[in-house]
Design a protein. Structure first.
Length: 246
C-alpha cells in the first residue's frame, strides 16, 4: 500500500471560512480528508464552518492566525505538524483594498501583497519537507482572473495574485520529483458577498460570456480534483474558472 494512504489525509485551507474557502473545505471533507479551516482573526467563523463540515459527516477543526505574520504562522504550523503532516494545502487567503494606483497608499499596496503573496510563502514553505518525505502532496493556490486580465483599481491585488502564478510554476518544478503537485486556479466572478457588491447582474452579463456568476461549489470541485490522486500529472498549471472571460 502507498504509505501516503495508510492514514486519512489532512488538508489546510487558508481563508477557509469565506464563501469560496468554505465550499473548498466541504469538498475536501466530502473527499474523505481531515480539514483544518483557517481564519485570519475570526476564529468563531472558522469554528462554525468546521462544525458545519462535521454535521455533514466530515472531519474538521479550526485555526486562526495572520498569514502575513511569519512568527504567528510558524507557531501555528508547528502546532499543527505535531499531530502529523499536512498533505494538502489550499492557499485561499486574500484581501482587497482597491484604489487607482495614482491614489493608492503604501499601506494599501503592502497589505494586499503581504496576505496573498507573502502569506503563500510563509504557509507553504514549512509544509514542503514533510510532504517531500512522504513523497506525496498537493498545493493549490487561489488566484483571480484579475491576475490574467488586469482590473482597474486592483493593481495591488492583480500583482499579488499574478505573483502566485510564477511562484507556483517554479515550485512545481522543484517538487515534482517528490510526488508533489503545485497548481493555481484563477476564478472570475463568483457568487458571494464580495462579487455582489462589485458586480450587479447586468454587469455580469456584459463581462462574462456565460452570462452568469460562477458558484463557489464549482471552484471547489476544481480544487478538490487537483488535490486528488487522479490529478497527479497536472502540475505547474494556472487553470481559469471564469465562464469564458479569459
Amino acid at each position: 500500500m502507498d504509505p501516503s494512504q495508510t492514514t486519512s489525509r489532512r488538508a489546510l485551507v487558508t481563508g477557509g471560512s469565506g464563501d469560496i474557502g468554505g465550499a473548498i473545505c466541504h469538498a475536501l471533507a466530502d473527499a474523505g480528508m481531515d480539514v483544518v479551516v483557517h481564519a485570519h482573526g475570526n476564529r468563531e467563523r472558522a469554528e462554525a464552518l468546521a462544525a458545519a463540515v462535521r454535521a455533514r459527516g466530515g472531519r474538521a477543526s479550526a485555526v486562526a492566525f495572520d498569514v502575513a505574520d511569519p512568527a504567528a504562522v510558524a507557531a501555528a504550523l508547528a502546532s499543527l505538524l505535531e499531530a502529523g503532516r499536512i498533505d494538502v494545502l489550499v492557499n485561499n487567503a486574500g484581501v482587497h483594498d482597491d484604489a487607482p494606483m495614482a491614489g493608492m497608499g503604501d499601506a494599501q499596496w503592502q497589505r494586499v501583497i503581504d496576505v496573498s503573496l507573502n502569506g503563500f510563502f510563509h504557509v507553504t514553505r514549512p509544509l514542503l519537507l514533510p510532504m517531500a518525505r512522504a513523497r506525496w502532496g498537493r498545493i493549490v493556490s487561489v488566484s483571480s482572473v484579475a491576475a490574467v486580465l488586469g482590473n482597474r483599481g486592483q493593481a495591488n491585488y492583480a500583482a499579488a495574485k499574478a505573483g502566485l502564478h510564477g511562484a507556483s510554476k517554479s515550485l512545481a518544478r522543484e517538487m515534482a520529483s517528490r510526488g508533489i503537485t503545485v497548481n493555481v486556479v484563477a476564478p472570475g466572478v463568483i457568487e458571494g458577498a464580495m462579487a455582489a457588491a462589485q458586480f450587479p447582474p447586468d454587469a455580469v452579463k456584459q463581462l462574462v460570456p456565460a452570462a452568469r456568476a460562477g458558484r463557489p461549489e464549482e471552484v471547489a470541485a476544481l480544487v478538490a480534483f487537483l488535490c486528488s490522486d487522479a490529478a497527479g500529472y497536472i502540475n505547474g498549471q494556472v487553470i481559469g474558472i471564469n465562464g469564458g472571460m479569459a
